[in-house]
Design a protein around this ligand. Sequence first.
Ligand code: NAG
Ligand code: NAG
Length: 199
Amino acid sequence: MPRLILGPERRTRLWVWCAAIICMIIAIAVIITGVVVFAGYMIMKPRIPSMSVNYAFLDKLNYDQSGQVTLQISLIIKAENENMKADASFSDVNFILNFHGLKIAELRADPFVLPKNDSVNLAYAVPSMSIPFEQDAWEDMVASVKQDKVSFSLKGDARTRWRVGIIGPVKFWTHLSCQLNFFASNGSSIKTHCSSKSR
Ligand SMILES: *[C@@H]1O[C@H](CO)[C@@H](O)[C@H](O)[C@H]1NC(C)=O
Ligand SMILES: *[C@@H]1O[C@H](CO)[C@@H](O)[C@H](O)[C@H]1NC(C)=O
């Protein structure tokens, strides 16, 4: 009887079985970790602590022909922690209020902690001050007043830190970048959405 055997001997060696079992154990561990993290996420429903402009009012605005602009602005920035199970801390709060590239004021706050599901209003009163404007910025200001719409930009960020269940502390920078528009005639703000939360 002629017999033909091709190729190397095909016998599953012990180490192949061992490797397969180890791979399976690792795969199962990865799946279980994923499920636990996902369940933790769903239970905690972590929310990134946010900041938004709650109120803005142009208390005073006038200018003279020499390029001096007198301004007074009130702003309330709301810091919010929508997490139901975790306190959130805010630090390095720093926002810059600009008019056409000209820095009007820098808004800061000392580090603070917000309990779960809580919010705080940071009130800023930029006092009446007289600022010498460059020709360009002054012309922009005059034109905006004529159009009854004066725009400022508010930009900045804050460092936030909070715990997400078993994942542990999470750090996140919340950014705020928005345009604040006011009626020059009465100083009230034109409704604009300004929040670090993306919608
Ligand atoms: C969160 O706060 C809001 C109002 O601030 C309140 O109505 C709500 O019941 C609170 N939720 C929890 C779970 O405490
Ligand atoms: C401010 O003026 C604008 C337009 O001139 C007007 O639409 C707005 O209602 C006024 N706001 C208040 C609070 O009077």
